[in-house]
Design a protein around this ligand. Structure first.
Ligand code: PPS
Length: 293
């Protein structure tokens, strides 16, 4: 698939759907997103941005293809796992692509439980949610804002961090997102994963995905999947590193940036950290969901 970036496209303002700010052009296709018809055999991969979506998508794609890398490499990951709410000038909307796609489909979303199309709740489709600690998400998101022109200007790191805490970034408040999906586990078939756990023991976490999908794969196939989904392998792989995606300037910051735990320590000042910790305590006081930071 090739994309043409319109010359006048540059950092459109966020727009609201419900209470959630969304990338401006995504809002133009919102009616189709709202009316999207999920199916029982869909698999939804849901995340707050920068939490490991691409990583788990490639793991899932390889699992579903029994480790066949040649098959998985036939298209970029953002084509194999369409991003439900994505649409923009010069880009076919994901809803159009998904409506024509063969089943079963694997679908990516960053939508909160409040605005996810209702059909997902009336179907029995499986859902994998990946969460990442708020501080590393904020850092990763800041660099993503810098390089991805679908977002407004991020401002300085300090300004961005304040916007992030206020929920004035695309897809809203991190805490609302992770808590909403955590609660939804009680009602729906959701595998809730953590980026930090995936880093700590990728095989253990991949086996959780296998079990959740009701699949079994020989150990050598599992090892092959792990080999192709390391940070380095995915950074070097044009099908996973977003090098062919429009609206991104990888010379500012690569999509596959660092892929580590605790990078926030190189960004937060002592006073930013104190302010964030206080904010975090308040935001997370009403949940038993915990993160390693
Ligand atoms: S997006 O744009 O929301 O879909 O981004 P998402 O894929 O959720 O998150 C991008 C961050 O995940 C890191 N990443 C990985 N880390 C470790 N291992 C693997 N295989 C991997 N693949 C992607 C990616 O580098 C981004 O994190 P940062 O901290 O910016 O490096």
């Amino acid at each position: 698939m090739s994309f043409v970036l319109p010359p006048d496209f540059n950092r459109p303002p966020l727009r609201l759907v419900g209470d959630m700010p969304i990338i401006g052009p995504f809002a133009d296709n919102w009616d189709n997103v709202e009316q999207f018809q999920a199916r029982d055999d869909d698999l939804l991969i849901s995340t707050y941005p920068k939490s490991g979506t691409t990583w788990v998508s490639k793991v899932v794609d390889l699992i579903l293809n029994k480790g066949d890398m040649e098959e998985s490499q036939k298209a970029a990951i953002f084509e194999r796992v369409p991003f439900l709410e994505c649409s923009g000038p010069g880009v076919p909307s994901a809803t159009d692509i998904l409506n024509k796609q063969d089943f079963p489909r694997v679908i990516k979303t960053h939508l909160s439980v409040e605005v996810l199309p209702r059909s997902f709740w009336s179907k029995n489709c499986k859902i994998i949610y990946v969460a990442r600690n708020a501080k590393d998400v904020a850092v990763s998101y800041y660099h993503f804002y810098r390089m991805a022109y679908g977002h407004p200007e991020p401002g300085t790191w300090d300004e961005f961090l304040n916007s992030f805490m206020d929920g004035n970034v695309a897809f809203g408040r991190w805490s609302t997102h992770v808590k909403g999906w955590w609660k939804m586990r009680q009602q729906k078939d959701i595998l809730y994963l953590f980026y930090e756990d995936m880093l700590e023991d990728p095989k253990r976490e991949m086996q959780k995905v296998l079990k959740f999908l009701g699949k079994e794969l020989p150990d050598e196939v599992q090892e092959k999947i792990l080999k192709h989904t390391t940070f380095k392998a995915m950074k070097d792989n044009p099908m996973t590193n977003y090098s062919s995606f429009p609206f991104m300037d990888h010379s500012i910051s690569p999509f596959m940036r660092k892929g580590i735990f605790g990078d926030w320590k190189t960004h937060f000042t002592v006073s930013q950290n104190e302010k964030f910790d206080e904010y975090y305590r308040q935001e997370m006081a009403d949940t038993d969901l915990t993160f390693r930071m």
